[in-house]
Design a protein around this ligand. Sequence first.
Ligand SMILES: NC(=O)c1ccc[n+]([C@@H]2O[C@H](COP(=O)([O-])OP(=O)(O)OC[C@H]3O[C@@H](n4cnc5c(N)ncnc54)[C@H](O)[C@@H]3O)[C@@H](O)[C@H]2O)c1
Length: 393
Amino acid sequence: MSARKVKVGLIGLGNIGKTHIRNIKSMEQIELVGVCDQVKEKADQFAAECGTTAYYEPADLFDRSGLEAVIIAVPHYSHPDLAIEAFARGLHVLCEKPLAVHVNEARRTIDAYNKAKESHPELVFGMMFQERTLPFYKRIKEFVDSGELGQLTRATWINTAWFRSQAYYDSGDWRATWAGEGGGILTNQCPHNLDFYQWVFGVPSKISGHAHIGKYHHIEVEDEVTAYFEHENGMIGHFMVTTAESPGVNRLEIVGENGRLVFENNKLRLFRNKVSMLKHLQETTQGFANVESEESELEVDTEVPTGHKVVTEKFIHRVATGEGELIAEGPEGIRSVTIANGIMLSSFTERPVEVPFDSDQYESILKQLISTSKFHKTASKEIEADITQSFSK
Ligand SMILES: NC(=O)c1ccc[n+]([C@@H]2O[C@H](COP(=O)([O-])OP(=O)(O)OC[C@H]3O[C@@H](n4cnc5c(N)ncnc54)[C@H](O)[C@@H]3O)[C@@H](O)[C@H]2O)c1
């Protein structure tokens, strides 16, 4: 791994911040030069636990700790501002998902990165899209990239394994509010899924979204979404997600002219056509004859390192050596934000949207929602939460 230690600062010591602390402690390549949280007790507690310095303002961490790289693990709205402040100081950034709440902010962050690279060409910007490291997802990506399915015709993803209780939503006052979080399941839980979708299939060219706001929870953002996508290559996509289904399902079907790949219950089943379905439907003289296919299970090596730590290690390695691939480059983060905003814009306007859409229109709808929000959350409560239960394995 890396030849030298990298001086890292961590901002945000909440749920995911604790995961970062655990990983950092186990990584020899990191010297944790400071932790920062606006809640003084948290910063003090983790600083003591890690033998480092506590900061209560990100600017102090940036200016006083001597860090080279920062991990940003605060609520979404602050990701762009903190990343931009870091870039302006020539600091490397590993940003939690989502890159931003809306496309204009994502663009502002990427512009700042590109500008900072003019004077610091070595600057590293990574996104925490750890689900790209999951063995089944990696295998799906490889398989689709191999082109074996031929022309893709449909991808249908039902991912309702994101159950969240009212207690979860009540656990932080920023959660599930337009002002505090800027969105619901698409902004909080699904950036990973939307990132994976675009990683494999690209960003759709047309989006039709149907989002239900606070349908099952006392929240002001969406908790149930169905979207229909069209891609330039003719493929259609479906994306169905909710935080109100238990037991939930995580089933992804990918259909091409040469067969169908189905991911469900940690199995990848392939139905391989003996001939191309598109050729067969043109050439057969039989009215109803299906294409013959063969079913098999794709081998997946599950004994590999996965998760946040892999993303962090690759980021640190690149910072230390200037070499190696990141799991996800920072600017790629705009793509999942684009799909999420596109779904919501379509849902609000009750019309399909073409991509790229008018990101100013989306921003102004969001501003309106923030300003007219009448929702008052009850006081935050501590809940029993093991955040690892929320990660896809
Ligand atoms: N990659 C993943 O799997 C994953 C999982 C959970 C959360 N996240 C992301 O991480 C981010 C944080 O989520 P969370 O669940 O840990 O939130 P949280 O509310 O549990 O923790 C956020 C922490 O940030 C602190 N904070 C907020 N603004 C700050 C500021 N300006 N300066 C210093 N400290 C500040 C808060 O006091 C709090 O301790 C979110 O963007 C979320 O989407 C990612």
